[in-house]
Each structure stands twice: as structure tokens, then as C-alpha cells.
Design a protein around this ligand. Structure first.
Ligand code: FE2
Length: 160
């Protein structure tokens, strides 16, 4: 028996799950980047940045869950092990020697933007193959991530 009774063509499911899977890898990596920053940031804006970075970690973790569960609902296997994620993510590695609050913000803004822009491109691609439910999910996640990116960028502007 098929894994699901959802009546999508095979190619639609294939294209959609490939996109969802890549963004799942990104979301898991973004979660780890944000926690790394949450733990290690220091300086005069410590408490604001410490708390903001934890909000980003929570958002990325929660979005990973929604992406993974959509993949499984479409009858595929979600791949979220550390080795899967390292292989599939498109996010930049966490840079070596990140020190100041500004450097933490900058690294996280780049990773968050890469993830958000990926979600946006995927929403279009998935819509084009006729998977409107996943496209809707991706648009929602992109909107939430854009909002977090705005908060990171607003802190960066104060340093400019
Ligand atoms: Fe914490």
C-alpha cells in the first residue's frame, strides 16, 4: 500500500520533498548556529542578543519540525540526522573566530537570509509543480523568518 492516499503525481511529490528536505537541513543548521551564538555572545548588548538568538533558535527548531512532518505526510522519510544535515544544507558554515556581538549578528543574519531566500525560491518551485499546500507552508515559514531577519538587521544598523 502507498504511504499516503494524498493524490499528487509522483514527480510533484518528488520535487516537493526534495525542496522540503533541503530546507529541513537548513533549519536544523540554523538552529545550531543560533544556539552557538546564544551561548557565546558577550558584550554591552549581551542580554538583548542572548535572548534574540534564542528566539531564532526556537523558530528554526519549530520550523524544522513543520518541514519534516510535511515530508512524512507526503509519504516520504524525513532525513534529519547530523550526517544528513551536513550533506544537504546550503547554509554557510559558522565562521571561525566569531567574537563581538556584531560578528555574531552578522554571521546569523547571513545564515538566516540564506534560509529565508531558499524558502521563497522553494515556494515558487513547489507551486509550479502543483503542490499548493507545501507552497503555502513555505510562504508562511518565509514570512516568519523574514521577521526574524529584520530584527537581526535592525541590531546591525545600530553598529553601522
Ligand atoms: Fe539558553
Amino acid at each position: 500500500m502507498a504511504e499516503t492516499l494524498i493524490d499528487l503525481p509522483k514527480n510533484t511529490t518528488h520535487v516537493t520533498c526534495e525542496r522540503l528536505q533541503q530546507r529541513l537541513a537548513d533549519a536544523i543548521v540554523l538552529h545550531t548556529h543560533a544556539k552557538q551564538a546564544h551561548w557565546n555572545v558577550k558584550g554591552p548588548a549581551f542580554i538583548a542578543l542572548h535572548e534574540l538568538f534564542d528566539r531564532l533558535a526556537a523558530l528554526a527548531g519549530e520550523q524544522a519540525d513543520r518541514l519534516a512532518e510535511r515530508i512524512v505526510a507526503l509519504g516520504q522519510r524525513a532525513q534529519g540526522t547530523a550526517q544528513d544535515v551536513v550533506r544537504m544544507t546550503r547554509l554557510p558554515d559558522w565562521p571561525q573566530g566569531v567574537g563581538s556581538g556584531f560578528e555574531h549578528l552578522n554571521a546569523l543574519a547571513r545564515a538566516t537570509a540564506a534560509y529565508a531566500n531558499g524558502l521563497r525560491a522553494d515556494a515558487r518551485a513547489v507551486d509550479e509543480v502543483g503542490e499548493m499546500v507545501s507552497a503555502d507552508l513555505l510562504v508562511t515559514l518565509a514570512g516568519e523568518t523574514d521577521k526574524m531577519l529584520w530584527m537581526l538587521e535592525a541590531h546591525l544598523a545600530a553598529d553601522a
